[in-house]
Design a protein around this ligand. Structure first.
Ligand code: BJ8
Length: 422
């Protein structure tokens, strides 16, 4: 790993505390990723990005900012990257998947808050994540109550732009979201000093659609009987999607898919024949949260699909590229993003339809619905979801967990028992 200490100091990180975080990463990479058998060679790129997660991309962002570029930190899958990139800005996901950041967040938030939100605040206020240091402005959104109130606290330390996400999907809500996307566009223009022209926006709509197509290609390959890549590896790729350079990321995913296609043609699988196929649904798994995939795949099953924001919700549905002027393009962007089915919406029956459709497409034996502790919306939605899945004849196991390892053994026992009776 290259030495990025000076860079971390320069961007105001607490380097000594950050050393503690770095010291656990190599072990985790070894245990979770390198211990898997028969991994695709093209995972090398994603392994390298992970090994240098706080160095490689942050160094690029530092260079970009030196030349006057603006970095926009985002938290939610609803924030349209195409608008940020069209203003020559860079969008970067703000990772919050580590237990390391949770105690820091608990200094500001009630203990019974979702770990993802606590980790967001810990990462910022503990100064141990370079992405949180390098984003010039954070883009929050009105999704769950916990997030929107936590953004107020973040706003005491960093500029925030909040997008008011409607929570129903009527025509007027979609129009309202288009207005919010317009406001985002104006904010990006103001921050970057760059005009977003129709040409620029069209180019970036294409660019992000191409990235979605690469992820779709990767996910489609998992539909094969011989699964050519593990769910754990695919999750890593989905996590990296949030902050890597979009064009380089697309190229690397397509390179991986070339290799996976060959594996499929040769009948190569990373799992023994007859391995049970599991779909995970529920709350997002921000990097470095690999807990559930690791538990499931070391319990003798294969994760073949994720209906999460680190899964299909991130890349399904493309932005219509036929818009001829800015208004049409923004409205097409709003349409696409409003097709994401997050539990903060009501009613949210589209999500049940998605899960049942995906269960068929990926030929899964069961769904494991995973919710982060204290996430009310997904937890409550789990009630109806279980009903719908039972009606469709799809076995389901509901799990509530956090970022700690304290429940790992107990979860493993439950997962193994569940898989055994499938
Ligand atoms: S589109 S899932 S990224 S809001 S897990 S913080 S909901 S209490 S993350 Fe999300 Fe956007 Fe929806 Fe996706 Fe709140 Fe629940 Fe925590 Fe959550």
């Amino acid at each position: 790993m290259a030495d990025y200490r000076k860079m971390w100091e320069d961007i105001g990180m607490d380097v000594d505390n950050h050393d503690l975080l770095c010291s656990v990463l190599p072990g985790a990479i070894g245990d979770v990723f390198l211990s898997q058998e028969n991994r695709p060679e093209a995972m090398d790129y994603f392994d390298m990005v992970l090994a240098d997660v706080h160095g490689l991309r942050p160094a690029e962002l530092v260079e970009f900012r030196k030349n006057g570029g603006k970095v926009f930190g985002t938290f939610c899958t609803y924030v349209p990257d195409e608008i940020i990139f069209a203003g020559n800005g860079i969008a970067t996901g703000l990772c919050a998947g580590s237990q390391f950041w949770v105690p820091g967040g608990e200094r500001y938030l009630p203990a019974n808050t979702c770990p993802l939100i606590k980790a967001m605040l810990g990462a910022r206020f503990d100064k141990t994540c370079p992405f949180y240091r390098l984003a010039d402005i954070y883009i929050g959104e009105n999704t769950c109550d916990g997030k929107k109130k936590a953004y107020e606290i973040l706003g005491t330390d960093v500029p925030m732009h909040i997008m008011d996400l409607p929570q129903m999907k009527r025509e007027k809500d979609i129009e309202k979201w288009a207005e919010e996307c317009h406001d985002l566009l104006e904010m990006v223009e103001k921050e970057t000093g760059n005009k977003i022209t129709p040409e620029k926006l069209a180019e970036n709509i294409k660019k992000i659609n191409t990235k979605r197509a690469a992820l779709k290609r990767l996910y489609d390959l998992r539909k094969n009987k011989n699964v050519p890549i593990s769910g754990t590896d695919t999750l890593l790729i989905s996590q990296i999607a949030y902050y890597d350079d979009p064009e380089r990321f697309t190229t690397m995913v397509n390179k991986l898919c070339d290799e996976l296609e060959k594996r499929v043609a040769d009948g190569i699988s990373v799992f023994p024949a007859g391995t049970k196929r599991i779909m995970i649904s529920g709350t997002p798994m921000a990097i470095p949260n690999w807990k559930m995939h690791n538990l499931i795949e070391t319990s003798g099953a294969a994760v073949v699909c994720e209906e999460t924001c680190t899964g299909t919700r991130y890349f399904e549905n493309f932005v219509d590229e036929s818009g001829e002027n800015l208004d049409e393009m923004v409205s097409n962007i709003a349409d696409r993003y409003m097709k994401i089915n997050c539990a903060c919406f009501t009613p949210n029956s589209g999500r049940f339809d998605d899960i049942i459709r995906l269960a068929k497409e990926y030929d899964v034996d069961a769904v494991i619905d995973v919710n982060l502790k204290f996430c009310q919306t997904y937890d409550i939605e789990g009630y109806l979801l279980e009903d719908k899945l039972k009606e469709a004849g799809i076995p389901v196991l509901g799990i509530e967990t956090d970022y700690t390892d304290s429940d790992a053994q107990q979860l493993k026992t439950r997962i193994e028992a569940f898989i055994e009776v499938l």
